[in-house]
Design a protein around this ligand. Structure first.
Ligand SMILES: [Zn+2]
Length: 141
């Protein structure tokens, strides 16, 4: 899988391109660190996507609550249907370790991009402190 061209292809889908990391996700990444995010990512893919049979396939990935969930929707790695349609990974058979690693690599690349492009424009500016004005003393002659 070529990561760059795959990301490029995904960015042309209005639906896929509508997912973005928000302030909570950015904060979460900063708090947990990249190694932990990648470990979570690997864990989600291994447990929720890789098995041949998944009970709740199509509904196993929430749309928010973890940066990896957003990456999965943005990269069409949210369920076996999307994996089959976008990445030609067949349904009904377990996903190989090599493929799992590729998916993780793609998702992490998306998260890194989002993280780098994130601009803190949504944070409202701090309210200016209003200093009490000193009463003007009139000079008496
Ligand atoms: Zn899906």
């Amino acid at each position: 899988m070529d990561i760059e061209s795959t990301l490029e292809r995904l960015s042309k889908s209005k639906f896929r391109a509508s997912f973005h990391l928000k302030r909570d996700d950015i904060e979460y990444i900063k708090t947990k660190g990249w190694d932990t995010i990648q470990a979570h990512c690997y864990d989600f893919i291994t447990k929720r996507l890789a098995p041949a049979v998944i009970d709740n396939d199509g509904k196993q990935t929430p749309t928010h609550g973890h940066p990896v969930f957003k990456a999965q929707h943005a990269c069409a790695c949210c369920c076996r249907g999307c994996l089959s349609k976008w990445h030609k990974i067949k349904k009904g058979i377990s996903i190989s370790n090599d493929k799992v690693n590729e998916i993780v690599e793609l998702l992490m690349a998306w998260i890194h991009k989002e993280f780098e492009n994130y601009k803190e424009t949504t944070i409202p500016p701090k309210k200016k402190e209003v200093k009490p004005q000193k009463p003007i003393q009139l000079k008496l002659f």
